[in-house]
Design a protein around this ligand. Structure first.
Ligand SMILES: [Ca+2]
Length: 77
């Protein structure tokens, strides 16, 4: 899998050969520079479940903390 953040450059090996008899060939690597794609933030939360499920008392004051979710930008920089 291509991933700019973990490996921005990929070396792809090649073998090129002609159709002579005997055949001659050469090998090497092509340098492929990945271009960064802007990825959506990854949101995580404590506990189980596919969506954040938080609870708060109905008589809590306005502005009271309900819980905490964390968003991480997987892009560099
Ligand atoms: Ca990216």
């Amino acid at each position: 899998m291509l991933d700019y953040e973990t490996r921005p450059v990929v070396l792809v090996p090649y073998v090129a050969s002609d159709d002579h008899n005997p055949s001659a060939s050469g090998t090497g690597f092509v340098v492929v520079n990945l271009e960064d794609v802007n990825e959506a933030p990854i949101v995580t939360w404590p506990g189980e479940g596919s969506a954040p499920a938080l609870s708060i008392l109905e008589d809590s004051v306005v502005g009271a903390a309900v819980g905490r979710i964390v968003a991480i930008d997987p892009d560099n920089g």
